[in-house]
Design a protein around this ligand. Structure first.
Ligand SMILES: Cc1cc2nc3c(=O)[nH]c(=O)nc-3n(C[C@H](O)[C@H](O)[C@H](O)COP(=O)(O)OP(=O)(O)OC[C@H]3O[C@@H](n4cnc5c(N)ncnc54)[C@H](O)[C@@H]3O)c2cc1C
Length: 413
């Protein structure tokens, strides 16, 4: 058995489920039907996919189940790009996880040869006494993460294509940037199956009875496992309505891509960084792979159903984003919208992630609450979940079910 796996913790869970834990090396060829696993994971978004990858690397037999396939247009992980930044105000845990994740994303890029990340740099735009950005500055200093404080004259000199308006200073993170989200998730899942993991397309059902779970239904199949992880993102409340129905808040979020002027390289890297203006609740990613200059609304939208929701942007948001872009990026005043996405955040009450055991099933883990900032953390979060399953140990209080309220009050930005 992989020495990093605590045999005692894992085997006790396995025995409870009537399944012997074994390493992949010991497991030999898959049983006919291949439906008995050490861990079955429902949801192949960024959280489920990286959890599967880490568990497989620890020598376990792992199934990954998804009803729509990895990184589908309905999943929160299914967009074109996602920001990866280290600055999180005083929330040290997320700065650390993001830094750790960046190294893992780059390593996956090297292993697969896929382009998953672009180092565009990241700019946190601030106004006057900005507490969040001031805390970010202090945390980046503390953790020795590369950064620079830029005053208004520095900003104007460095980024002449931006009209900074009310912005008086900023923090720049040169090592941060953007991840190609959908491609990245699909790459993680492809590597998972290439290395012996099993992907199952099908809708999984929540366990029907209380206590330790031995199997779940996934489409036509019965999947048996020692442990189960439900990493269902915005669907968590639908899958477990009694526990999470009023603790996960899926909100409708709109994303726009603007066509840059012909022959103009000012809106792509290296001239344009990824940026966020928390004061305006708007952020953007430069023109990558000629998709267009991305500008998106971070303010939480209305409640949204990930299965049935139509994904067409509204006239109101379009007008708001167009007017913001015209003001902040004058050369894009008349730029056409060349693409758009409607996705959903899967918010917890305060923006902290959820990683905890189901209160009625000792071997079922609930994983989610990415809350509009989870994508970047997939690698570190997946390793964290894999460690809890294989090594046991206390769970981080911030991630616990007990800290997930029924009223939204965002504290993680
Ligand atoms: C517009 C937008 C912008 C964002 N920007 C950023 C950003 O810049 N940076 C960042 O770090 N994060 C960002 N995020 C947040 C990030 O994308 C999410 O937090 C993250 O992708 C959540 O991943 P997940 O695996 O929890 O959920 P998902 O990706 O939604 O995956 C859940 C999966 O579970 C499957 N599933 C659900 N129920 C079942 C079932 N019963 N049976 C089988 N399968 C099931 C679904 O099909 C889905 O594939 C953004 C999100 C959105 C919507």
């Amino acid at each position: 058995m992989n020495p990093r796996v605590s045999r005692r913790t894992f085997v006790s869970a396995a025995v409870a489920a009537g399944v012997a834990a074994r390493s992949r090396a010991q497991a030999g060829p898959k049983a006919k039907g291949g439906d008995t696993f050490d861990v079955a994971i429902v949801g192949s978004g960024v959280f489920g996919a990286w959890t599967a990858r880490h568990l497989l690397a620890r020598g376990l037999r792992v199934a990954l189940i998804d009803e729509y396939g990895p990184g589908s247009s309905r999943a929160s992980s299914g967009g074109e790009t996602r920001v990866i930044r280290m600055g999180y105000g005083s929330q040290e845990i997320y700065s650390r996880m993001s830094w750790d994740s960046l190294a893992q994303w780059k390593s996956l890029e090297r292993t697969t040869g896929e382009r998953l990340f672009t180092e565009t740099g990241m700019l946190f735009l601030a106004r006057g006494k900005d507490e969040l950005t001031t805390d970010t500055l202090a945390m980046l200093r503390k953790l020795d993460i590369p950064h620079e404080k830029l005053e208004r004259p520095d900003l104007v000199a460095r980024y002449p294509q931006i009209d900074f308006g009310p912005i008086t200073w900023a923090v720049s993170e040169p090592r941060s940037g953007a991840l190609f989200a959908r491609r990245a998730v699909q790459t993680v899942v492809r590597e998972f199956t290439k290395n012996g993991g099993e992907f199952i397309l099908g809708q999984a059902e929540a366990p029907a009875t209380d206590g330790a779970v031995t199997s779940i239904k996934a489409g036509e199949r019965t999947v048996r496992a020692a442990n189960f992880v439900f990493a269902c993102g915005p669907w968590l409340g639908k899958v477990f309505p009694d526990v999470l129905g009023d603790r996960i808040f899926p909100t409708r979020q709109e994303v726009f891509y603007f066509g840059v002027p012909p022959g103009d390289d000012r809106f792509g890297p290296p001239k344009m960084p990824t940026w966020i203006d928390f004061g305006a609740e708007i952020y953007g990613i430069p023109d990558l792979e000629t998709k267009g200059f991305k500008c998106a609304i971070d303010k939480h939208g209305p409640k949204f159903d990930p299965d049935s929701g139509e994904r067409l942007v509204t006239a109101e948001s379009t007008a708001m984003v167009k007017s913001f872009v015209a003001e902040r990026f004058p050369a894009l005043k008349n730029a056409p919208i060349v693409g758009s996405e409607v996705c959903q955040y899967e918010n917890s009450s305060n923006g902290d992630f959820l990683v905890d055991r189901h209160p009625k099933h000792s071997n079922v883990w609930l994983v989610g609450g990415g809350s509009g900032h989870g994508f970047k953390h997939g690698p570190a979060l997946g390793a964290y979940v894999a460690d809890r399953i294989t090594r046991g140990g206390p769970t981080e209080v911030k991630f616990s079910l007990a800290t997930k309220d029924k009223v939204q009050a965002r504290v993680v930005h």
